[in-house]
Design a protein around this ligand. Sequence first.
Ligand SMILES: NC(=O)c1ccc[n+]([C@@H]2O[C@H](COP(=O)([O-])OP(=O)(O)OC[C@H]3O[C@@H](n4cnc5c(N)ncnc54)[C@H](O)[C@@H]3O)[C@@H](O)[C@H]2O)c1
Length: 357
Amino acid sequence: METVLVTGAGGYIGTVLVPKLLNKGYYVKAVDRYFFGKEKLPQHQNLEIIKEDTRKLPEQIFENVNYVIDLVAVSNDPSGELFNKATWQINYRSRVRTAYLSKKYGIKRYILPSSCSIYGFQEEIVDETSKTNPLTTYAKANEKAEQEVLPLADENFVVTVIRQSTVFGYSPRMRFDLAINGMTYGAWKTGKLPLMRDGTQYRPMVHVQDTTDVMVLLLSADKNKINGEIFNVGGDNLNYQIGKLGKIVANTVQKETGRNVDIEWYGDPDHRSYRVSFKKIKETLGWTPKWNAEMGVKEIVNKLEKGEIDKTTETITLNWYKELEKWYNIIEELKMYGGILNIDIDNDEITPFSLNK
Ligand SMILES: NC(=O)c1ccc[n+]([C@@H]2O[C@H](COP(=O)([O-])OP(=O)(O)OC[C@H]3O[C@@H](n4cnc5c(N)ncnc54)[C@H](O)[C@@H]3O)[C@@H](O)[C@H]2O)c1
């Protein structure tokens, strides 16, 4: 049985990827701080939960591992700005460290899940050879990680970078801070879908089932086709103009629920746009996405209607990290004797002279 080490395994993408790997017969070492909870991964005899920080991952974890999928990250732009230092450490340094250790321990393949956001906004349709234009800490840290892990590739160590489009769809660690997911929730909950003017801007999207399919595919793909390579992950038909995407979401929610959904435009016209070519992954690996936005919206609406998911603080990454930091500080200040109200003491210790002993 081959072993895959997945970092960030408790996240939005990880909690979809890990069950897929288990179904394919892999043994999985699932590393995460589990900021979003451990219970989102299934219990399985071939799954080893490792609660660890990737900045301090002990070397023995790399023993007997065949593949690494290094998902770990502070995973969006606003969190990257607020937790700037941690983002550089986790998204860049810890991933380069993990790639080095993977090579040192003779691991066969290392996959770095990066992001199309490193292209920034550009007029032309960009492909893997285009100049990048990372605009945020999150995008810059991804680019630095790419630049330092790719040169590690050699004939015994396969390194592949995938630049994922913005992901959508249901995951056990649900995220409503992703474009399609957030729009769907707004339309479903309030019947109003806020859209930034003027709607002509393009953004590439990919479903979480599709991007995790690519990760699985890369474990067995012909190494000569993928070693040292970068692949954009998405579909040419999934380069959505925001206005059209808003209409797809509104119509789908309306159809699924029978309730009216109106689009509400806001802001000054934003022409920042980027369109990505997905020709390379299609021609090299014969891969194209199976899902589109409409299917993803339907899936989420069904889960919302059944009450299986909801928009809680935990589903908005930035708010959850802020909340965790806030409570960490409060608890550090208040805790005494191992607790707050419940402390580490028994009754006799308080009233050794008690009459009703
Ligand atoms: N979701 C998207 O739209 C998208 C798009 C492009 C690229 N990506 C990339 O895919 C990867 C996964 O994204 P996601 O959406 O699943 O994000 P996520 O925030 O849901 O998952 C990240 C996981 O990493 C864990 N983590 C954070 N810091 C850690 C640390 N120091 N040590 C151990 N664990 C830690 C968190 O607990 C979380 O479970 C990220 O690298 C992200 O940049 C995501």
